[in-house]
Ligand binder design. Sequence first.
Ligand SMILES: Cc1cc2nc3c(=O)[nH]c(=O)nc-3n(C[C@H](O)[C@H](O)[C@H](O)COP(=O)(O)OP(=O)(O)OC[C@H]3O[C@@H](n4cnc5c(N)ncnc54)[C@H](O)[C@@H]3O)c2cc1C
Length: 497
Amino acid sequence: MITIVGGGTAGWLSALIARQFLPGARIVVVESKEIGILGAGEGTTPHFVGRFLDFCQIPMSELVKHCGATFKNGIRFVNWRGDGSSYFHPFINDVSGSPKMPHFHPERWTPPEEVDFTTLASLRGKCLMRPRPAGAEVGRNPLARVDHLGAFAVHFDAKRLAAYLKRVALSRNVEHIEDTVTAVLPDPSGGIDSLVLADNGRIGGRLFVDCTGFSRVMLGKHFGVRWIDVAESLPVDRALPFFLPLDGPRPPFTDAIAMEAGWVWKIPVEGRYGCGYVYDSDFIGDDDARAEVRRMFGAEVDMPRVLSFRAGYHEKIWVKNCFGVGLATGFLEPLEATSIWASLLSLIELFQVHLAQEDDRAHDAMNDFHRRLHERIVDFLYLHYMGGRSDTEFWRTLRERTKAPEMSAEILDGGLRWPFEEDPRNAGHPSPFPAVSWLWIAAGVGLLDRKAMARYWSYFALYDGFEERMKEHGDRLSGIADGCIDHERMLEQLRTF
Ligand SMILES: Cc1cc2nc3c(=O)[nH]c(=O)nc-3n(C[C@H](O)[C@H](O)[C@H](O)COP(=O)(O)OP(=O)(O)OC[C@H]3O[C@@H](n4cnc5c(N)ncnc54)[C@H](O)[C@@H]3O)c2cc1C
């Protein structure tokens, strides 16, 4: 039996993925109604589509109908350099003939909204999908009647997602107990023997999955796994969630808007934008943060909840017969939606490795994977803050009071260490974001090393006649983007499918 504790996003993702790996196993989810779920976390990465929806055979149309889902082609970063400018971090597209990094040319900065297909299409409110010619459609599903031109992720209403995933899991023979774990009882080998529930006695299991969110019942409280604190690099530690009304067609991307002491996420779902101000409490109090939100987004914005966290993660996610998933393993901050993504990545690896091997070497390999993954994520997130904003104390002192992780430090030093896996200095680090993502951010915050790019470009024929080629290229992509399906239209088709 697999005993999962927690009925938030992590708990239900774990149950459904476990079911795919083990069709006949007994799987039980224990969930405390008193504690409830976090209900934040509404943005994802393309892994959510490939590694979860497809893997668990959950159609996108169901997510649109039951969870208010929209498409996400990337993130638009607004005002991270303090000059009102914005840049886009797109997910990868595969429009043929598209040079991978066209606008990073060392001699001419071409705005991505002219030459990057994903950016072009997204800012026009388009999905990265082109209707097939009449007669070439396959079936009724709107997503099978289009050609897919790039990766996409989803936004959703987190509370509706948990409720929907629960219904799907129950329909796939996952059992559910509403109760609170009050104690964890060890077995003689140091693993978990059983859990004591407030109302239902004890529950055992061969494998226990800790999805208890910030309560961190098993990995943290029971096993006391060492905590790796990374607040010295990622200092934001509070979030004020709020909703905004829709003000037109919903964009197929997340907005990340820099603020006086942090940033705001703005995520379109059905009927609203889900937003939240993430800030450093050393530089702004909760009331001042509320006031800043109201100045910027409207006097009537309601912000009843303040969430506190400290960036960090447990050193291990697999101890004896216990896996940790989701917030129970740690949390960095919401930027780039890495939390659900890391949960999915580890879950699949954990089940794959666990089913093949269950000894110290397997544990060490997985825990090492988890640690290195987080080291790289911390590094990548740090770079986003390095746009040189200096209008408030938070931004002005950020660089001197924080610790730059390895790769960011090198970029800040004027170099650009390619995050390619082939670079021996990156050996053993799983690459959460591809090299091009680092370039998008480095370029967006004004830290791209032109010399490094010149070396890169010297390999490409495009270097000659660059201007004309870029113009042709931009015109072609613009034409393709215009022919893509409108985001709202695709959502409507999926909703009524
Ligand atoms: C401000 C904020 C914004 C975020 N934004 C994003 C984002 O955009 N993208 C992203 O990928 N991630 C985001 N995250 C992270 C994301 O919210 C989580 O990864 C995701 O929601 C999973 O949460 P969870 O299931 O681990 O925890 P929770 O939702 O907190 O669920 C914990 C569960 O454990 C149960 N529980 C706890 N203790 C016990 C007990 N003793 N007995 C029984 N049950 C118990 C609770 O009742 C609950 O059911 C964000 C996080 C925060 C804080």
